[in-house]
Design a protein around this ligand. Sequence first.
Ligand code: GTP
Ligand code: MG
Length: 670
Amino acid sequence: MPRKFNHGLDYDDDDYGDEYDDYDYDYDIDSDAEDNGNLPKPNQETDSSSIWRCSICTYDNDQSMTTCDICGVLRNPLPLSGISNGNDLKTVPFKFDIPSPDDMVTNGLHSSKRGPKASATVRKDNTSAPMSARFSNSSSLMMSKGSNVTGNENNQLKDEEHNLRSSAKSPDEMSGTLSSYHEGGVEHTLPMDEIKPPILARSLDSVSINDRGGTGKAASWGQYKPEKWMLPESEDGLLNQLNLAIVGHVDSGKSTLSGRLLHLLGRISQKEMHKHEKEAKLQGKGSFAYAWALDESPEERERGITMTVAVAYFDTKRYRVVVLDSPGHKDFVPNMISGATQADAALLVIDASIGSFEAGMDGSKGQTKEHAQLIRSFGVDQLIVAVNKMDVVEYSNDRFNLIKRQLGTFLRSSGFRDSSVLWIPLSAMENQNLVTAPSDVRLLSWYKGPYLLDAIDSLHPPTRDVLKPLVMPICDVIKSPTMNQVSACGKLEGGALRSGVKVLVMPSGDVGTVRSLERDSRPCAIARSGDNVAVVLQGIDTSKVIAGGVLCHPNFPISIAKHLELKVLILDGASPILIGSQLEFHIHHAKEAARVEKMVSLLDPKTGKVMKKAPRCLLAKQSAVIEVVLQGPVCAEEFSSCKALGRVSLRALGRTIAVGIVTRVIEKEP
Ligand code: GTP
Ligand code: MG
């Protein structure tokens, strides 16, 4: 049976209602126009020739003003990304075979230049204070955590960081190097509707590449020495674990496909399947029988939609696959984020039926693009596109090609390399091309590629942070009051666990002991980075273990903060962001209300260079550095120190408006 989990913190969207009402944007962005690659509407001239009205805030400005006096928006917006300029038709494509942004951060730039000095500075202090002195209990999220760096050392670190920044190649220079790359020395010419994507790709790319060095956490973690048992043993005979997020527009067939796979691979018995079929038929929902294996709650079954992420497991030749079946409905994107943030790779399910694919691609109502962008922003670069419901379109090659062409353009724009995207036409309902080659001649006649299971096996094994201390964001908590026991579920993003090990539970700062570990409801001896497990804890107040929290190594506590600097990319069709904008802030499995405190700089979307300091408004497709203040503290780290705790997405009015990374933890909770 799959394990279900809801979003970490129990938020009701209504909680935001009042704040959004107070913040009433008076503008209308033509999302269709944006989807077609057109520019935002220029500011309109009003009847009076001496004034012009800002299209964003509607303020009537004097003719002499070139930017709006209130919100700073340009009177006649410049092409944001060179879309309208004929010369720009020759666009350098996104360079696909450079190291990924994550690799750049991990291998180059900061970590290698940080050097031993910073590391040595912090090392002795990490173990100096006893736990009781460094942590004090208080209620809920406001647990206090002592600093493990003294004032002097802090200054030293700052100095060092300053030196690094001024002496090393600047992040802007780094991104310049990347953006000037020409693939194979060839410049590709793209049709008009394909111009926008590479620019967006570069923006996403530079968002990751240009983050600055950390404030010492990476250095202190550099002192961590894993014990022998923590390192993976090649001879242990275990398959690699692969966390596979199943994402895509509502009703595309994600749960049906997952259920069918589980059944075909023997994870759901014939008896269970019969039961689902019978019950589904009784409720007049016979076609949902396979989906019911994942959609377990009465409400999900009644509504015929997935609402929370279901976690299930199956094995392939190469992998122990953890299926993270996400909801596709737009109301449950926060749950999708919480599940998909654990993904090593993703299966993007597309409904091939006429009209359904198009609905999923709709910029304002569809979830195909939003899910793809979110997945990419979580660092996932391996994608399988399952073009499902091919039975409905008679297994048409033309339909498949059209979907591949249109979606492929968008995926490229979101930073997915062509070589890392696999396209599989299939039918979950008719069991075509799932775990064996297709049998339907209509598909056989033109499709010669791998079937889905083979495609999953062809994915590259994900890299794991086995040399870093334990970090496990908690996505779900299972309490068993009778046994006074609590299980924290999630994916280890660093380090390893086994029974008897002590863990620090953040943000409470309490220490618990691992009693046992479970994978797929079965005990397992050791969990290492990348494994998705349930950690049964003892010796801890169960109320201190919360979804959205993090398990970490007692000597290497992660930061808790409310004030963060972010580097973000504003997504297509997003509402303008101003100082004071109220947003929903998502980081690993935590969600908090946030306020934009400061607009630090606007970045060139092509190069990542600072174009303007202190912009007053951010629009779609722009990239910027901003500061946010959260309503409550979250566990967060700079992206350069810990990717899993440094990736963020911002949402407003029910849609994702920006993705990005934490570049600075400005104020840590004491
Ligand atoms: P959400 O989780 O709510 O986003 O939906 P989903 O993507 O999980 O879709 P689900 O599996 O619930 O299926 C939605 C509908 O599509 C059901 O009626 C399925 O029977 C139908 N369906 C799924 N796969 C296929 C397929 O290959 N062919 C046909 N014809 N119908 C399918
Ligand atoms: Mg579903």
